[in-house]
Design a protein. Structure first.
Length: 185
């Protein structure tokens, strides 16, 4: 069927009703002429064959429910537009709500996760406190404040090479301090 060709004359003239022979012919014609290309298009949009099948089915269902929307305009363009809108709507709906987790994911997460993080943060703060001040300052600039070596160099007033070497030795000292507290691997 040509893209600009409306639904067959029998369907257009009879005015499709939800329980007639024209409905079966409309759905069969739409499916035969457009389902393959429509499925390929939606599959490229979603990357998921199951979702693509669902979107094609919903698109053809909407065409069946609203046959008047198909008259006087290119059918394929209408179908592809409806399919694209369905994919966009699904994407927005998935982004607007948090992802669902199954029961198996909950079994893996320890119940006292927040408490554990608080203890680890406290231990890291203690370990930082025992470092030499120049090592602690370098780690705070580079890791906690997220500054580059050049920025940390300017802030601390020392050469970039010194920032790199102090960072290396500070990380080693921090690892030892954490191991003493039973937190380092």
């Amino acid at each position: 069927m040509d893209e600009a060709e409306p639904v067959g004359p029998a369907v257009r003239e009879e005015g499709v009703s939800p329980a007639g022979t024209a409905d079966e012919e409309l759905v069969r014609t739409l499916f035969d002429d457009h389902a393959g290309p429509l499925y390929g298009y939606v599959l490229r949009l979603t990357g998921d064959s199951g979702r693509a099948e669902d979107v094609v089915q919903e698109t053809l269902l909407r065409a069946w429910r609203h046959p008047d929307a198909l008259t006087g305009r290119p059918i394929r363009a209408w179908l592809f537009t409806v399919a694209r809108n369905l994919v966009v709507d699904q994407h927005r709906a998935r982004k607007s709500r948090p992802p669902e987790t199954g029961d198996e994911a909950l079994a893996v997460v320890p119940a006292d996760d927040e408490l554990e993080r608080a203890v680890e943060s406290w231990a890291v703060a203690e370990a930082l406190a025992v470092l030499r001040p120049e090592h602690r300052d370098v780690l705070l600039e580079v890791y906690y404040r997220g500054r580059s070596v050049k920025e940390a160099s300017a802030t601390l007033g020392i050469p970039p090479g010194t920032v790199k070497s102090r960072t290396y030795y500070a990380l080693r000292a921090l690892k030892l301090a954490l191991e003493e507290r039973g937190l380092a691997p």
